[in-house]
Design a protein around this ligand. Structure first.
Ligand code: CP
Ligand code: NVA
Length: 333
């Protein structure tokens, strides 16, 4: 098995297909252990810190439960309660936390921040979501896809509908390129991944046999897709003033029953969550009231349908984050 001991987990471009598959397999393994109530306190005595500059449900809880299952202690620092970036630089924060902890998770803004933490910490740093990438989500998502379709994903089509240049869209393009899938970003030109990232993924695709397609056409995007994936139209850290513009740009990419019918017969629906498919959210209510829209990036009908895998993905976040921590911390020091 690949040795990831001591490595950072910042973005999947840094990992080989074999290393990514190893993390998916390890996630499946740890999932089976959890379901069988088999103890796996492999990292007893270690401690980790979670630095969150944005809110979270799944990622935070996955790191906490994963760490506790592995026997580790956890400190959670919320968006307001650390000195980082205010009274203290990122570099100094990293050097301090690296003296106390065995691993550091960061969720927040620019990818450069998590890179700076990693350069200075001296212990593994894990990216729990930045503006550009969401790599832990990808291990969970590819585990979910493999649970559905088997381990060999070559030639299988995954289409991301909507805001394709966000952290989740970018990361899906990378992981699909690594694993030899046919990735399609389906959305308006304005919201596509950067030319630079597309070029990098096309290089990766040459090796893996993947394809990368960008299209504005919903029919082309949906056709033959085994996975239809979408995400919220305005991400954390973006201004809520963007909603009207995004609704105008993205409405035709809403994942509804009509769109699902254009995909492969066995297609599944995926979403990293949280989702505004239901109006019982405060932000959702604002948007619904302001724009009079009944539904946003996905309809209730699709979200609640038998093709939806969203809660499997959410559960798999925990198993896969546990795998990332275990793989990078085992045999450390
Ligand atoms: N998918 C995901 O990262 O969810 P949270 O924002 O709740 O962590
Ligand atoms: N694109 C979303 C993902 C949330 C998990 C955001 O960044 O808010």
């Amino acid at each position: 098995a690949p040795n990831l001991s001591g490595r950072n987990f910042l973005k999947l471009l840094d990992f080989t297909p074999e290393e990514i598959q190893y993390l998916i397999d390890l996630s499946a393994d740890l999932k089976a252990k959890k379901h069988n109530h088999e103890p796996h306190r492999y990292l007893e005595g270690k401690n980790i810190v979670l630095l969150f500059e944005k809110t979270s449900t799944r990622t935070r809880c996955s790191f906490e439960v994963g760490a506790m299952d592995l026997g580790m202690g956890v400190t959670y620092l919320d968006p307001k309660s650390s000195q980082m970036g205010k009274k203290e630089s990122i570099e100094d924060t990293a050097r301090v936390l690296g003296r106390m902890y065995d691993g550091i998770e960061y969720r927040g803004f620019a990818q450069s921040i998590v890179e700076t933490l990693a350069e200075n910490a001296g212990v593994p740093v894990w990216n729990g979501l930045t503006t550009e990438f969401h790599p832990t989500q990808m291990i969970a998502d590819m585990l979910t896809v493999q649970e559905e379709f088997g381990r060999d994903l070559h030639g299988r089509k995954l289409t991301f509908m909507g805001d394709a240049g966000n952290n989740v869209g970018n990361s899906l393009m990378v992981v699909c390129a690594k694993l030899g899938m046919d990735f399609c970003a389906c959305g308006p030109k304005e919201q596509m991944p950067s030319d630079e990232l597309v070029a990098q993924c096309r290089e990766v695709a040459k090796e893996s046999g993947a394809t990368i397609t960008l299209t504005e056409d919903v029919d082309e995007g949906a056709a033959g897709a085994s996975v239809i994936y979408t995400d919220i139209w305005v991400s954390m850290g973006e201004s809520s003033d963007l909603w009207s513009k995004r609704i105008e740009l993205l409405s035709k990419y809403q994942v509804n029953a009509e769109l699902m019918a254009k995909a492969a017969d066995d297609a599944v629906f995926m979403h990293c969550l949280p989702s505004f498919h239901d109006r019982n959210t405060t932000i959702g209510e604002d948007v619904f009231q302001k724009f009079g829209l009944p539904e946003l990036e996905v309809t209730d009908e699709v979200f609640e349908s038998e093709r939806s895998r969203v809660f499997d993905e959410a559960e798999n976040r925990m198993h896969s984050i546990k795998a990332v921590m275990y793989a990078t911390l085992k045999n450390c020091r």
